[in-house]
Design a protein around this ligand. Sequence first.
Ligand SMILES: Cc1cc2nc3c(=O)[nH]c(=O)nc-3n(C[C@H](O)[C@H](O)[C@H](O)COP(=O)(O)O)c2cc1C
Length: 189
Amino acid sequence: MHKEAVRPKMAYRLLNPGCVVLVSAGDGDRDGVFAMTWNMPVRKSPGTVALLSGKRHHTYGIIERTRELGISVPDVSLVNAVYGCGTTSGNHGVDKWERFGITRQAPEIIRAPLVEQAIATLECRVEQVVDMGPSALIIAEILSARAAPEHFTPGGAWRFDSGLQLIHHMGGTAFGVTSSVVHAKLPKD
Ligand SMILES: Cc1cc2nc3c(=O)[nH]c(=O)nc-3n(C[C@H](O)[C@H](O)[C@H](O)COP(=O)(O)O)c2cc1C
């Protein structure tokens, strides 16, 4: 999918409103990808995200070594691939890309492949890892971001007139969908 550059200060908005994402890592030789719900923007400038990953994940091992990761934002068309990538581990030798019908897209800066079919992608460098026992809280700086122009405006907002449906994990096989925007108003006095 064609994606255009997103201004660094607006890149955090690609992670609003809390979509499930595909996190990838790679060292040029091996790579991995998994589904992640626990992600959030934590700073606008420089754009920074916080991500919670299980330490035993195959992909986490590569993130730990390379200190880089890719984030790919899926729309509803990728829901089966997201579920598959979240319930299968690369530790068992599965090529999730082939199995779940996603394609590697070349990154611009990092070595981790991105997901071609995603509507937006972010390339990140790990800044800090907070040990949380079986999990690691990864704080990473966004180095570059791209989004499909039919789904994300240059001003930094998702546009739903394109029919866009963003997905959120509700537990198990259930995913919620965001497909419209309402504008809030304050009382007159
Ligand atoms: C929808 C969904 C969301 C998930 N979110 C997270 C998450 O936020 N953090 C995490 O560590 N694992 C999460 N998982 C689990 C991992 O994606 C899963 O353990 C995956 O198999 C790890 O892959 P890997 O071992 O190939 O890296 C999620 C799973 C699903 C299905």
